[in-house]
Design a protein around this ligand. Sequence first.
Ligand SMILES: Nc1ncnc2c1ncn2[C@@H]1O[C@H](COP(=O)(O)OP(=O)(O)OP(=O)(O)O)[C@@H](O)[C@H]1O
Length: 342
Amino acid sequence: MALVSLEHVTKSYPAADRKADPVVAVDDVSLDIEAGAVFGIIGYSGAGKSTLVRLVNALEPATSGSIRIDGREITGLRERELRAIRLGIGMIFQQFNLFDAKTVRANVAYPLKVAGWRRADIRARVDELLEFVGLADKAAAHPDQLSGGQKQRVGIARALATRPRILLADEATSALDPETTHEVLTLLKRVNEEQGVTIIVITHEMDVIQTIATKVAVMDRGRVIEHGDVFDVFSRPSHPSSQRFVGTVIKGVPSPAELAVLRERHEGRIVTCSFRDGDASQARVFLDLAEAGVEFELVYGGINDIRGRAFGHLTLAIRGEDAAIDRAIATISDHADVTEAR
Ligand SMILES: Nc1ncnc2c1ncn2[C@@H]1O[C@H](COP(=O)(O)OP(=O)(O)OP(=O)(O)O)[C@@H](O)[C@H]1O
């Protein structure tokens, strides 16, 4: 059974102009998020990602559809019951949302106080959490004395305080530089692997997904247009919007403008071969071309790695008899995706 299960979930808001149609922020979304996953939700600004998070976190009710957390339907629950559900879900934010007037220790202790923990238990739990996020020496500091990465680590410690099973990360690294982003993502990976927390990562940064997510859903205008294993979605995105998104981080696929330049610079037919581990290798493609007796030149390409699995794209300028080139393309097509730029 999925830990978070959405079925035909829709959320609409009345338009600012009451006579206009309502704004459909989340449109008929069905998704299952398994326990133990790092599940990425990506999409451009306005795609509906934050709204989806607010629905999962029970901060707002869905307009229609069903949301089950750990098998329990949350739509229609009363506020008191929703509060109990929310205790099982931690949350971290882009702007960290720490209490500036409180020390690091008091920030992390806050949810435990609200939950009614005893003082001695709070102290022990906060010590344990600060140790885990590597900030034991900053317990007495205030947030304004910390770097962005350190603030987010406090945010993570606070979100984990009550031992939630789910952590929602809404653009949690979007305000950080690349090195600090990497540090925070490494910590989130440990939260997932060492503490067994299921993490839902909302982001517009594809490399965040590439680094830590196991599954990904791509949102566009309120809908989930594609979802699955990160490797599958990244190596073979099927929807044009996901292709554009994936293209921002994946090495090796020339953009239309780059293709135009390649065509100008190189004689012959321009062909891109895309292969994934288990399918074929670069060497096999070169061998097929040599056997067909055509001349070729590698003009663009790259190999990508997602959690130890490789896929790549090679763009070649192929010269020779048209029939021989057609034969070579047919042979390569048996084990790689081939697209020819026309
Ligand atoms: N409370 C609200 N009232 C009216 N419209 C809303 C409300 N919240 C969100 N929307 C609209 O719903 C759509 C989706 O917004 P949402 O914030 O969920 O997108 P997002 O993908 O998280 O984008 P961003 O990354 O910019 O936050 C947008 O068109 C937004 O204007």
